[in-house]
Design a protein. Structure first.
Length: 470
């Protein structure tokens, strides 16, 4: 973070110096919510979690070098006291982040949203931006009202780009995040069914995702909305933004386009990038045809930053997977391939994963281990049955459904009359591991996909860690 004295932080956060905090003491290190990450010059933010209370670790954070603690109750350490509990501490954190961004006029803020693919696209974007200049981006899916300002506060005077993933669980959430760090460039990937249960309907999801482009500055001030031309709901957001629109996709009308898309034998896309009147071949290191749209979104940002097709293609080809449990492909010594895509799931990402499995399987025997998709509301049953039908239609040999809430997937597969595969319903992760250990043979391929609460990454870890060592 840029260096700020405690009295200045108190002014920004509307807090009061207490304990041994001195007005001229300076925070010039990271802002953290985990006392184990405290370092000399850092600011420790104490929050009450479900299992632990950060206030209990205030002394430990200061002992590790933290200059002060931002908190909602007095602690035995130099601190900045905020009245009102955790909600007000989070609000104070947001105010601090906004003030820091305001002092970094040379940093471009780029926001990425969508129903699926946000983290992968953000990871890809951060990698290619680092070729141009110092870049700050969140780890994993650090994309909410706490992770967002914490990421922003890692920026300093040297930062050229701040690449942010913005998520929403309701209308107004993205608008709030954009007020913390106003973006110049906004990327909208897609509008799907993720969190349908919380939003209520797809129209509300469209409204929420569009808050990103509404927050952009006008075109004459450099605002750019990067929109997916292949998603009608996304390209329709052009009417909601004052920014210049830059479209991407497979459509002929797209400003940044992919032609001649195909997958290699390892499921990695290659295509011809067409942008700015030029073309260049691209070979991605990421797995799955759905990665083409993620890559095109990043290509559009690079084009806006003045890069030509050749440079963009080279940057995309060098970038690789970063965040865990997203199309992680591991081959065991016995030739069994494990595709761990277990971080999360919604109907769109399930479909993409099953299409990828079909490509990777080729003549191999394929297993799809699927958990339920959370937060679908009234669409829960129908969407799970649809995924089951797609699994069968894509030629999965063995479908393993994990948990009672995934029962609709098995029913959907059973409704496909000419499917010759098998369905195995198991209660939990332990049963799934047992079934796979019993049935897997050399050269088989297994894909794991489900919402985060299903915990299917544990299946992958056991199959890779235990089985590979035997």
């Amino acid at each position: 973070m840029i260096a700020l004295t405690l009295d200045r932080i108190a002014e920004i956060t509307r807090s009061r110096l207490r304990g041994s905090a001195q007005p001229t003491d300076t925070v010039d290190g990271p802002v953290v919510i985990d006392s184990r990450e405290a370092a000399p010059g850092s600011l420790f933010v104490a929050l009450r979690g479900a299992r632990v209370d950060g206030h209990d670790f205030a002394e430990a954070a200061v002992a590790a070098g933290a200059a002060a603690v931002l908190c909602s109750r007095p602690v035995d350490a130099p601190h900045l006291l905020v009245e009102g509990g955790d909600d007000e501490v989070v609000a104070a954190l947001a105010r601090l982040a906004r003030a820091v961004v305001a002092q970094l006029p040379g940093a471009d803020v780029i926001g990425v949203t969508g129903s699926s693919g946000k983290t992968t696209t953000k990871d890809l974007l951060a990698q290619v931006l680092r070729r141009i200049g110092p870049t700050v981006a969140p780890p994993g899916s650090f994309n909410n009202e706490i992770g967002h300002p914490l990421t922003v506060l890692r920026a300093d005077e040297t930062t050229r780009f701040i690449a942010l993933e913005v998520a929403a669980r309701g209308v107004g959430h993205i608008a709030h995040l954009c007020r913390i760090a106003p973006p110049r460039i906004g990327v909208v990937l897609n509008v799907g069914s993720a969190h349908m249960g919380e939003f209520g309907d797809r129209a509300a999801i469209v409204r929420a995702k569009g808050e990103l482009v509404e927050a952009l500055p006008p075109a004459e001030q450099g605002g750019v909305a990067v929109l997916n031309a292949d998603d009608d709901a996304v390209i329709g957001m052009a009417a909601r933004t004052p920014a210049r629109v830059l479209s991407y996709g497979l459509a002929e009308s797209a400003d940044v386009r992919a032609d001649e898309v195909e997958l290699d034998e390892q499921g990695r896309p290659r295509f011809t990038l067409a942008v700015g009147g030029d073309t260049a071949p691209v070979r991605l290191r990421l797995v799955g045809v759905h990665q083409v749209h993620n890559a095109l979104a990043v290509a559009a940002v690079l084009h806006e930053l003045g890069r030509d097709a050749t440079d963009i293609a080279a940057a995309l080809g060098e970038a690789g997977p970063v965040s865990r449990w997203r199309m992680e492909v591991t081959e065991r010594p016995d030739g069994v391939t494990i595709v761990n895509d277990a971080y999360n799931a919604n109907p769109e990402s399930m479909s993409a994963a099953l299409r990828t499995l079909a490509t990777l399987a080729a003549s191999r025997r394929s297993f799809a281990v699927l958990g339920h998709m959370a937060e679908l509301g009234s669409a829960h049953r129908s969407e799970h049955e649809r995924v089951g039908r797609l699994a069968a239609e894509s030629g999965v040999d063995v479908l393993v459904t994990v948990g009672e809430q995934a029962a609709g997937i098995a029913d959907g597969a059973a409704s496909v009359a000419d499917w010759t595969g098998q369905t195995v319903a198991v209660a939990d992760v332990a049963e799934a591991v047992a079934v796979l250990r019993e049935r897997l043979r050399p050269k088989d391929i297994v894909m794991l996909k489900g919402s985060r609460v299903a915990g299917l990454e544990q299946v992958a870890e056991q199959l890779i860690g235990v089985e590979a060592a035997e």
